[in-house]
Design a protein around this ligand. Structure first.
Ligand code: FAD
Ligand code: NAI
Length: 577
């Protein structure tokens, strides 16, 4: 029975390859492992080897042919054996599946300079979309009901990192003694911490305001909703109302904190969401965090360093459910060693008033225990802020407020696009911005596609935690054959200097072609190091590409290369098992 030779998938982003050269010819006998042909993608050249012994009885794809991933290239069988319907029996590629099958928007009929574009929301999705649309010649109006910069600059990414940076200064001062520097943290001036955080935020918001002006984008302060498929009603901050009609509309309305139906949460003023926790009037003595996700863990890290007694209650079996399990377990131990109390598979039953602030009843290990805390941070996820947009009335497809789009960011309504948190999928600033560029380009007649394969997830813990591509758990779930390369940062000089060598780097590689499927880093500067790994995935790099790149010494990046070497059992600074 003839065996098919198929176009391999050399990376998460590869959709097709070109047959560049056949090394074996029809009629040649081949052994398993023999190189049959060379293929090229837009990024690399690779060899396809025989998986079985036999005769190359039929070449289906000729030199120069583009063949989809998994498409048949040739057959190996017994000499003279016939293959069914010898013409190429190509298997269609796993084509990218759009989230929805919306009616494609017609190409921009007007010249770009006359195309009017509205962007609803001025967060990192909306303001980036507005700038890109303006760069392409669109006449752009951005409508923002609150502050330019959205969640990210005002109550999200930037203020949390500003607090974390301040908290980091405390731990660095404490650790300085080990390096012979004796400093004492006398006190924390919380008002100054808050003032610095606000100053950074304000500077960035005014930077966005400047960018709007520089790109000739009209900013309207008000709340938009759909009056029809191409017309928005804007209730302006000055109380006036105006209907505005546009050729293209990009929805970038973002998200707001979700409130769980836990009895007592809404009624207790000491229960706050992330916005409240960024602006406490004073550092709380104790904080109970409901939700061990990204917000919970970052703010637990910050406040534990400010001296707050922190307890995290997570419903799932592990913290940060989307991150690599092995490294998450390491991170949990590090947090616990610093005094953060963590409970997983724990369910908050109710919150009651208490003299100290709040009393939280938690069911854990089959028992209900009460925990008292001055403040309770509720961080159980976010929901889309689309309720007031009138989506259903104009027929914009959505799943309980989460707007449905395809990979061009098109909704089912022609000329209406949606991006970022309001899709209710991956709620990250860089994802919103990437989608914003795609939506703007398509709105102005280009043909852009969003591909999330290179999207890194970063958690700003101490040490930092970052990942891109598949986790080991996901590779298992998908049934992908993989190998792992791991390197402990204890064996990396720069990490040893920076944090005592705490953390690890882990590669997930395709078993056969050793392409980079995922990289996970717990260690100093992990959130910066992950850029190289995202590039590797985007370029469909293999472990050899990482190994062939010289990494500077002494840096933590050397450990990225060492983890790649470890996958090949040739790490230099650790024994290879
Ligand atoms: P948003 O930033 O939410 O912006 C939407 C904007 O639309 C808002 O300004 C809103 O006022 C406006 N708007 C909504 N409806 C209307 C309307 N009808 N009319 C007019 N205007 C409207 N992500 C990261 O990548 N890295 C991080 O470190 C990070 N840290 C975070 C920390 C916290 C505490 C939080 C809460 C989030 C964090 N995020 C982080 C997530 C990140 O902030 C969001 O993913 C990102 O802001 C989404 O961008 P967006 O443009 O889609 O929406
Ligand atoms: P999240 O989805 O990251 O985590 C929520 C956690 O709460 C989950 O682990 C979930 O299992 C748990 N949970 C849900 N209900 C619970 C309950 N009743 N009791 C106990 N635990 C419960 O959401 P989070 O932390 O609110 O953050 C929202 C979004 O903001 C994130 O999804 C992320 O996209 C973004 N963000 C990104 C950051 C970054 O990139 N560094 C930082 C902060 C937020």
């Amino acid at each position: 029975m003839a065996v098919e030779v198929r176009m391999p998938q050399l990376g998460l982003t590869m959709e097709e390859g070109t047959v560049s050269k056949w090394i074996k010819q029809e009629g040649d006998s081949v052994k398993a492992g023999d190189v049959l042909l060379e293929i090229t993608t837009d990024k690399l050249t690779s060899e396809v080897t025989a998986e079985t012994e036999g005769t190359l009885i039929k070449i289906v794809a000729q030199e120069g042919d583009d063949v989809p991933v998994k498409g048949v290239l040739a057959y190996i069988g017994a000499p003279g054996e016939q293959v069914g319907g010898q013409a190429a029996a190509p298997t269609p590629a796993a084509a990218p599946t759009p989230a929805a099958a919306p009616a494609p928007a017609p190409a921009a009929k007007k010249p770009a300079g006359e195309t009017t574009v509205a962007v609803i929301g001025g967060g990192p999705g909306g303001y980036v979309a507005a700038i890109r649309a303006a760069q392409l010649g669109g006449k752009v109006t951005l409508i923002e009901k609150n502050k330019l910069g959205g969640t990210c600059l005002n109550v999200g990414c930037i203020p949390t990192k500003a607090l974390l940076h301040a908290a980091e200064a405390i731990s660095e001062a404490k650790e300085a003694a080990a390096y012979g520097i004796n400093v004492e943290v006398k006190s924390v001036d919380w008002d100054k911490v808050q003032a610095k955080k606000s100053a950074i935020t304000n500077q960035l918001v005014s930077g966005v305001t400047g960018l709007m002006k520089a790109n000739k984008i009209k900013v309207v302060e008000g709340t938009a909703s759909f009056a029809s498929k191409d017309t928005l009603t804007v209730v302006k901050k000055d109380g006036t109302k105006e209907n505005m009609t546009f050729d293209k509309i990009i929805i970038a309305a973002g998200s707001i904190p979700a409130v769980p139906p836990i009895p007592g949460v809404k009624e207790n003023a000491n229960c706050v969401d992330s916005t409240g926790a960024l602006s406490f009037e004073a550092i709380p003595k104790s904080l109970l965090v409901i939700g061990g996700g990204v917000i919970g863990i970052e703010l637990a890290t910050a406040y534990s360093k400010f001296g707050t007694e922190v307890t995290v209650v997570e419903a799932a079996p592990k913290l940060l459910p989307m991150m690599d399990g092995e490294l998450t377990a390491q991170m949990r131990k590090i947090m616990e060693s610093r005094g953060v109390k963590i409970m997983t598979e724990a369910k908050v039953q109710s919150v009651e008033a208490a003299a100290v602030g709040a009393k939280v009843q938690v069911e854990v290990g089959g028992k209900v225990q009460a925990f008292e805390a001055e403040k309770v941070l509720v961080a159980v996820g976010r929901r889309t802020d689309t309720e007031g947009l009138n989506l259903d009335a104009v027929g914009i497809a959505n799943d309980r407020g989460r707007i449905t789009v395809n990979d061009k960011m098109e909704t089912n309504v022609p000329n209406v696009y949606a991006i970022g948190d309001c899709l209710g999928k991956v709620m990250l600033a860089h994802v919103a911005s990437a989608q914003g560029e795609v939506a703007a380009e398509n709105a102005l007649g280009e043909d852009a596609v969003y591909n999330g394969a290179t999207n890194p997830s970063c958690v700003y813990t101490d040490p930092e935690f970052a990942g891109v591509g598949l986790t080991e758990e996901k590779a298992k779930e998908l049934g992908i054959a993989y190998t792992v390369g791991k390197f402990p940062l204890m064996a990396n000089g720069k990490s040893l200097i920076m944090n005592g060598g705490v953390g690890s780097i882990k590669f997930i590689l395709g078993k056969e072609y050793k392409e980079v499927l995922g990289v996970h880093i717990l260690g100093p500067r992990a959130t910066d190091l992950i850029g190289e790994c995202a590039l590797a995935i985007g370029m469909e790099a293999t472990v050899e590409d990482i190994i062939a790149t010289i990494h500077a010494h002494p840096t933590v990046t050397e450990a990225v290369r060492e983890a790649a070497l470890a996958a090949e059992k040739r790490a230099i600074h650790i024994p290879n098992k």
